[in-house]
Design a protein around this ligand. Structure first.
Ligand SMILES: [Zn+2]
Length: 483
């Protein structure tokens, strides 16, 4: 009898231990509901990088809630998505366990694949990592993937949250903040903050009109349409001194709040900002998980970096007679929010060596074929071959014609439309159109990299939906941040 009870007790203890393992990290045991921000400098050249600490902050009270808070999910503290070139890990010093982790990408990570780094030039970028405010001493570790995509630690520091080395000042001017969509508790919602760059005080009306338009556009697109109530959308009114943004290749320079610029990494339509501190200081006025910067320009451009920010131009010439900015807005958010890669392969992008040969990219929608298998094959029908034929040669020759068109000609948009229609028709005629497969041509490479669908919001410059694989990745991310 006694033995039997002992077994029951031991069984119960074991059961409780297993339960606690699966329950994940208990937020209240390790954190208080505030945000810690660690700023650092990321320096290096091709093949060498170093991270040096700048400042540690206790983020100020968010204006919108009149209190300090952590905007992220309190339940899913450990990142299970395995996305991003970098991984930040927070380790509780006492128990030596990881209590928070998050994958992300960075400006440095993109820059190191450009020609400048290739030539051995050194550069420095300012970056931040945010995590819930720890109760006790923690060790912050930053890891980077090697060429085979395994993580290696490149930075480590111990932070005492109760020490004088944590800056607690309010570091942000009190810009006006408001919300466009209010769905509920920021801990359980994806909090998107929209910032405007290159809008003057007089143009605040235009800024609000632009952002309203884009937010409508985002929540018209799948899977965001079905998940609108999982999002809070905030915006901050940040008037710039000048109207418009920098265009170095045209010798146009503007003084703006966030310093957005065309020709980033010397790519014509790539728009980024390197003013990380300004962005983080201002965004901290609201609870946020994602940052979107709309810049006031009629010229095509944008950018999106996973878990950093997205940028998009505001209007196309002719007051939105064109849908290109709408395409850009959602496409860039696919990068920044979902960690999706570009599925296109002919575009003239600045960076090379982005995907080392023979290595399966970490992006969920770009892949190599390994021994006849591809990572999303569980979403494919059994009779779909790997690789999947899709009339690539015909597509490529039409694409060449498209690229050779004279953009300044009067009949440019007419001819453009004509070719696009022909190209779409040619895709629709393919046997495996509308089916998940392994279609060659993806991630800027015409050969060796594959995409899951013939067409997708990450592939063609059109308002087509995200493909099933991208859609699934975005839905997983929404669930991860909101459950
Ligand atoms: Zn896709």
């Amino acid at each position: 009898m006694y033995k039997k009870n002992l077994f029951i007790i031991l069984g119960l203890i074991l059961f409780a231990q297993i339960c606690s393992l699966f329950a994940g990290i208990n937020f209240d045991q390790f954190f208080v509901d505030k945000t810690m921000r660690v700023d650092y400098f990321h320096t290096g050249t091709k093949g060498f990088e170093v991270i040096s600490l700048d400042k540690v902050y206790e983020e100020p009270a968010v204006i919108s809630h009149d209190k300090k808070m952590w905007a992220g999910n309190k339940k899913n503290l450990i990142d299970t998505m395995n996305l991003g070139k970098y991984l930040a890990k927070v380790i509780d010093v006492k128990s030596n366990q990881i209590i928070y982790s998050r994958g992300f990408c960075s400006l440095y990570g993109e820059w190191e694949t450009t020609g400048e780094a290739e030539k051995g030039m050194y550069r420095t970028f300012h970056e931040s990592v945010l995590f819930p405010f720890p109760k006790d001493k923690v060790q912050l570790v930053i890891a980077v993937r090697d060429k085979e995509n395994y993580f290696h630690d490149i930075f480590s520091t111990v932070i005492d949250p109760n020490s004088r080395f944590v800056n607690r000042e309010r570091h942000t001017p009190a810009y006006k903040v408001d919300s466009m969509i209010k769905s509920g508790d920021p801990h359980k919602k994806v909090d998107l903050v929209i910032l405007g760059d290159g809008y003057t005080k007089k143009e605040m009306k235009k800024y609000k009109k632009d952002l309203r338009h884009f937010v409508d556009e985002l929540f018209d697109a799948t899977p965001f349409d079905k998940n609108k109530d999982e999002f809070n959308v905030w915006y901050i009114e940040t008037p710039s001194e000048d109207s418009g943004i920098d265009e170095p290749r045209k010798n146009i320079w503007r003084s703006t709040v966030f310093g957005c610029s065309y020709n980033s990494f010397d790519s014509p339509r790539y728009v980024l900002t390197f003013e990380n501190k300004a962005i983080r200081d201002i965004a901290s006025l609201v609870p946020y998980d994602q940052i979107y910067i709309i810049f006031n320009s009629e010229r095509y451009g944008g950018g999106g970096i996973f878990n950093l920010y997205s940028t998009c131009y505001s209007t196309d010439k002719g007051e939105r007679s064109h849908w290109w900015p709408d395409y850009v807005f959602v496409h860039e958010f696919g990068h920044a929010f979902g960690g999706l890669g570009d599925e296109y392969y002919t575009s003239d992008v600045a960076y090379n060596e982005f995907y080392p040969q023979g290595v399966d990219p970490w992006e969920p929608n770009v892949a190599i074929i390994q021994n006849g298998h591809i990572k999303w094959e569980n979403k494919m029908e059994k009779d779909t071959p790997i690789p999947t034929p899709w009339g690539k040669a015909a597509y490529d020759s039409l694409d060449k014609v498209l690229r050779s068109l004279d953009r300044t000609a009067d009949d440019y948009s007419e001819k453009y439309k004509q070719i696009i229609t022909e190209r779409d028709k040619q895709l629709e005629d393919q046997k495996f159109f509308g089916k998940v497969g392994a279609y060659e041509g993806s991630g800027y490479a015409s050969e060796g990299l594959y995409r899951p669908f013939m067409d997708c919001r990450m592939f063609s410059k059109s308002l087509v939906d995200f493909c099933p694989v991208c859609n699934n990745a975005l839905e997983r991310m929404i669930e991860f941040q909101t459950e």
